[in-house]
Design a protein around this ligand. Sequence first.
Ligand code: PLP
Length: 380
Amino acid sequence: MPEQLAYLDHAATTPLRPEARAAMLSWLGERFGNPSGAHRVARTARQAVDEARDAVAEAVACQPGDVVFTSGGTEADNLAVRGVHAARPGQVLCSAIEHDAVLGPVASVGGDTVPVDERGVIDLDALAGALAPGVTLVSVMAANNEVGTVQPLPEVAEVVRHLAPAAALHTDAVQAAPWLDLPGLVAGADLVSLSSHKLGGPQGVGALVVRRGTPLRAQALGGGQERELRSGTHNVAGIAGFAAALRATLATRDETAARVRGMRDRLARGLVAAVPGTVVTGAGGGPGRLPGCLHLCLPRVESEALLYLLDEAGVCASAASACASGAQQASHVLAAMGVPAERSRGALRLSLGWTTTEADVDHALATIPAAVARLQAAAA
Ligand code: PLP
């Protein structure tokens, strides 16, 4: 084990917040119950789920009845895309830099992608050009998981309302939720995906907000839970932990964002100065980037070899989004942004979060330039 560990992969998953752990513990011990039942034990569980529903509704500024609990962001995205398409078949569009949890379902219903610019911001003219009366769903993520670009969602909503008023707008707000003011950002979206483990909650739980009147057909059929939109016995402990993490996130969000942004910028400055030829991806202009995200392309190194050395030295980072096999694949996000393949080979994502300290940044600054130099020397 390395002496020091800097966990800089918060975009993959975050450590559990103590508030989430405390909220879950009683449901893993003396408390239990199926929220769908009628007796007192069931009612207590239902009350916990209802309180969690209120917390999600408050965070998004929607009605509690709009919240559908799911097994995470992936299921929320699948339900949004395939559920709207099943209820109202038609053309589906999404941005070219969506997470695979959106890209996969969109591809499965024969949908198309809309290009982004070199910062990773959706091309609003291209979106306008693609919007036709037959479009029934548009999906544009609130912020990207690899490069952290925030999308101009209010403008997207306006274009969609204007040119395809019958279309539903879905946004994957999984990465935005820990950092941004959701009510302002997602006000124009009919469907919003959230995931608990990106904001200090447990893994395996999330939510899809479905605003009233949005056409949606359930994808999991059975007991009819969640207004018949998502059958399956509730994960009460997970849902309670999710809500507690969300409340804790909101209570400290602005100060965490400011603190983390400062550390992220120090890390960026230090790495750019120490490793000549480093390019910060997606920098400049647009609605901005998530405070916790730093994506770099380092010259003359292969991400996979670099990540190995960093792991050895106690820096946990990633290149593209992690895939189930742990293997690194060429990033569709960087390709869509027009990053040359040669440059994207040296991609490194450092994602900071609520537990990140200045000591983590110091450790990364002491480790990464040396690892890059070692690989460059070996390749020369
Ligand atoms: N959407 C985005 C933007 C993500 O970053 C992730 C997780 O990496 C997901 C969806 C999937 O969420 P979950 O891990 O809860 O299934």
